[in-house]
Design a protein around this ligand. Structure first.
Ligand code: ZN
Length: 75
């Protein structure tokens, strides 16, 4: 009987996906009895869907709603 040789398979390098979970609790700050929302909420989704903040806009990760920031140039 021929010996069965186990073929060594090269180790697969798993691509490290650096996806960070949205830490939604960080978007709230509780001051006394008030819950203050630090982030803007999506006007379409509501249900506490926070919008991602970018340099010049806010975007919703769920519905892709984008709202431009109002830039005040009055200094
Ligand atoms: Zn949305």
């Amino acid at each position: 009987m021929p010996k069965k040789r186990k073929e060594k398979k090269g180790k697969r390098i798993k691509s490290k996906s650096k996806h960070k979970c949205t830490q939604i609790y960080k978007f709230y700050s509780i001051e006394g009895n008030k819950i203050e929302r630090k982030r803007k909420e999506c006007p379409r989704c509501l249900n506490a869907t926070f919008m991602g903040e970018h340099k010049d806009r806010f975007t919703c990760g769920r519905c892709r709603f984008t709202e431009m920031k109002k830039v005040d140039k009055n200094e």
